[in-house]
Design a protein around this ligand. Structure first.
Ligand SMILES: C[S@@+](CC[C@H](N)C(=O)[O-])C[C@H]1O[C@@H](n2cnc3c(N)ncnc32)[C@H](O)[C@@H]1O
Ligand code: SF4
Ligand code: SF4
Length: 436
């Protein structure tokens, strides 16, 4: 069972998570924003609710697990945000909302709850009013804080994303601490991804990215905050990858597991990628997904990564950044430095499973049939696995037993089954109940 237990993303029938850009318009003008169409209001049309419902039906039919409503600023389309969220959640999809927080009212909070939007990611570029207003090119600071306060008061799960660039790089720790003081425990300090609209002098250097991550780790240590970054980093940005392992779990899902639908219905692999692969009002998702095959067939893998001994669990950074900087998708991410890899230990060695430990499979895992096996998704940790049918049967049996002791599993299924348990643990599909 061990050999070939995992199947590849290459043949995945469709995305598992989709972002819907409900509008190209925004009431902020963040100077880091990748949103290429924001200055040109005529460049993208906006769909009405009827057109969006036609798209939503296709996403439900193709068993997408999760939808994020984004933009531009999605709360400029309150007419469609809530009916869409309601439709998706009633059909079993998880629904998230990305917002700049400045347009929220009590009525929105009620509708967020009623339509079952379970994750809100709000943007806050600084705790400092002057810097916030400078970066967003507005006077919206107080409105953003009001938005945070409203969500917290209404007990709505909120995470804050601070996009980090030269202007605010010294404020990561203080912004996290400030946000914690407002009652928010989830904080992301995402290094600004290079974009056509971001002056390259404003980008962080690898050293400054590491400083940002150190600030996040300090917030975790001092306040117990959940900290993260929202874009994939190449592992070789670090000499000491082990210390930063929590920030390396994020794979680049573009066109592999995720897709984005623009405000006119065009499908792209990622919000940062301008290339369109078909319109969802005209074609089925599966056909457009097929057109996007170049994102998952390995053709964008940099030559240097082919020989790297960490490539099986490295995101290889951002393909769109490589394209932007070198005009090629299959060149190294600009933050990569393969010399850092050296002789360091590989991550898989650090996953330890002991015979006397007892584990349980998370009950909220989601499954979808795929060619040769099953796709598993954990909405709690947002991790994904692809396993063959033998592995799935093994998992189902363990699940029926509720709690399982590793020693008993090894006795019943053989010593090699330890690797399957390690895999489940690495993906956080199982949790440890007892040491022994
Ligand atoms: C384009 S915004 C749209 C939703 C909403 N207007 C907001 O600001 O949250 C989606 C997310 O992308 C992030 N973002 C924008 N530009 C970015 C960049 N250059 N690099 C990384 N993240 C970026 C924003 O902070 C936000 O969390
Ligand atoms: S990051 Fe969000 S709030 Fe800022 S300009 Fe872009 S879409 Fe608007
Ligand atoms: S060389 Fe490539 S695969 Fe290896 S760590 Fe760097 S980006 Fe990842």
């Amino acid at each position: 069972m061990e050999e070939g237990s995992l199947i590849t993303y290459k043949n995945l029938s469709g995305p598992i998570a989709v972002q819907l850009e409900l509008t190209p318009r925004c009431n902020n003008v963040c100077n880091y924003c990748y949103n290429s169409w924001r200055g040109n209001k005529d460049s993208e049309k906006e769909l009405d609710l009827k057109e969006y419902m036609a798209i939503a039906k296709k996403l439900v039919k193709d068993e997408v697990f999760e939808v994020v409503l984004t933009g531009g600023e999605p709360l400029l389309r309150k007419d469609i945000v809530y009916p869409l969220a309601d439709y998706f959640s009633k059909n079993g999809l998880k629904v998230g909302l990305n917002t700049n927080l400045t347009l929220l009212t009590q009525e929105d909070c009620d509708k967020i709850k009623d339509s079952n939007i379970t994750r809100i990611l709000g943007s806050l570029s600084s705790f400092d009013k002057e810097i916030y207003n400078k970066i967003t090119q507005t006077k919206n600071y107080e409105r953003a804080l009001d938005g945070i306060e409203l969500l917290v008061r209404n007990n709505i799960a909120l995470g804050i994303n601070m996009v980090v660039k030269q202007e605010n790089k010294h404020q990561v720790y203080d912004t996290g601490k400030f946000v914690f003081g407002l009652g928010v425990n989830v904080f992301c300090g995402t290094p600004a991804t290079p974009s056509e609209f971001l002056n390259s002098k404003e980008e962080l250097t690898p050293k400054e990215i590491i400083n940002t991550l150190d600030d996040l780790l300090r917030l975790k240590k001092e306040y117990g905050m959940f900290v993260d970054i929202l874009e994939p980093l190449p592992r070789c940005i670090f000499k000491d990858a082990e210390k930063y392992e929590p920030f390396l779990k994020r794979d680049c899902g573009a066109g592999k597991i995720t897709a984005v639908i623009s405000s006119s219905g065009d499908v792209k692999p990622c919000t940062h990628v301008p290339k369109k692969y078909g319109n969802l009002l005209e074609k089925d998702l599966s056909e457009i997904w097929e057109n996007m095959g170049e994102w998952r067939d390995g053709s964008f893998m940099p030559r240097e990564c082919g020989n790297c001994n960490e490539n099986s669990y490295c995101s290889m950074g951002c393909r769109e950044s490589s394209k932007l900087k070198t005009n090629k998708y299959n060149n190294l991410d600009p933050w990569s430095d393969p010399d850092n890899i050296g002789e360091r230990k590989v991550q898989s060695e650090s996953i330890v499973v002991l015979p006397d430990e007892t584990y349980r499979i998370y009950s909220n895992l989601m499954f979808r049939d795929e060619l040769g096996g099953k796709l598993i998704y954990s909405p709690k940790t947002m991790t994904l696995g692809l396993i063959n049918n033998d592995f799935f049967n093994f998992l189902t049996k363990l699940h029926k037993e509720k709690n399982f002791k590793v020693r008993d599993v090894l006795q019943e299924y053989g010593e090699n089954s330890i690797n399957l348990i390690k895999y489940l643990k690495s993906k956080t599909f199982i949790k440890k109940i007892r040491e022994g």
